[in-house]
Design a protein around this ligand. Sequence first.
Ligand code: SAH
Ligand code: SF4
Length: 404
Amino acid sequence: MTILAEPLEKTPLERYVAPAKPSLAGATRGELAEMLGRVGVPERERKMRVQQLWHWIYLRGATDFDTMTSVSKGLRATLTEHYTLDRPNIVAEQVSVDGTRKWLIELPGEHAGERPHQVETVYIPETDRGTLCVSSQVGCTLTCSFCHTGTQRLVRNLTAAEITAQILIARDRLGDYPGMTHATGPGLPTEGERFVSNIVMMGMGEPLYNFEAVRDALLTAQDAEGLTLSRRRITLSTSGVVPNIPRAGDEIGTMLAISLHAVRDDLRDELVPLNRKYPIKDLLDACRSYPGVSNAKRITFEYVMLKGINDSLAEAKELVRLLMGIPAKINLIPFNPWPGTKYECSDWDQIEKFSDVVFNAGYASPVRTPRGRDILAACGQLKSETEKLTARERMALRAMAMTD
Ligand code: SAH
Ligand code: SF4
């Protein structure tokens, strides 16, 4: 008689999950001081220690406390025990044929058990600069009718650290720290140049509805001993949250861009519904008195070109008239399509004629070249995968991006 061996029964064990340690990457000076205090660094030492950490985190791009040679061994061990320098996870990295890169970044949900959220950050290399387009919110509470992000239901504010971390992630992936080997590829700058030289708050979300976090992150970005991006190379774009515009000038001090898109209130009410609360006149008054505005620090007015909607030459003339007296630049943005949109991009011919009217009135009127359309990284195309597109939508989009 053969005895069949019973399969061994294993004792079910709960998998050990180490407690998550908070990360110092993205922290402000104040937060760093507080985190040092929590692990017993005496108050009199904190300022000096923050200065050391600041240098390693933001100037050198450290991802491991052990590389921080100017920090005492004892403190390095304490920091390793309690903290990390982890960045949020990159879920996907896409590289466009034109060198544009898009990172899909995962962030924890707001409540326990909630699925992680996702935001997108886009890097656009150009001949004289490298611009990073940063998100301020998951989705957007506003519902501009031509914007893909505005159709996303899921919304939460990013923390300052999550906003700053997008800059760190881009610099990590590009090798954009002193002494590191730079990434190479089509469209990227060559050795010796700074990869991320400019920041635009033009990703997902309305930055002026997440004021404090955006302010703190942009102050970290400007810090002369850290990320060292000049405030003139940082642009905050708003759809027109009028009461927060003067505060942005006073407390953040970066360049300002206004998503204008229409010259009449009835049309702007439809395109940018926030206009019902803050109409064009109030918005332009806030621009006239934007702290620091001058010919050397002009406000950029963004104008998306929508075929048959806002692209007539009469509207171009009205645009010029409206902006009279405001030190301004006008940025014409060809509409970037997305699945389900009712709008089309204006014909190229019409964009050129519109641009001529603006130019002849004395404004530089660059037309923003769409970048990264093949990877859905262009303006207004960002919408995180948290809301999955169907395979068919994806294909339709790709076809649109290719033929446009
Ligand atoms: N919420 C802010 C910043 C993010 S949007 C704002 O609205 O200003 C960045 C820019 O892209 C804005 O000017 C926005 O109006 C524009 N935009 C949105 N959807 C677009 C699309 N589908 N095609 C072209 N530009 C778009
Ligand atoms: Fe939000 Fe800006 Fe899109 Fe409007 S254009 S929905 S404000 S992200």
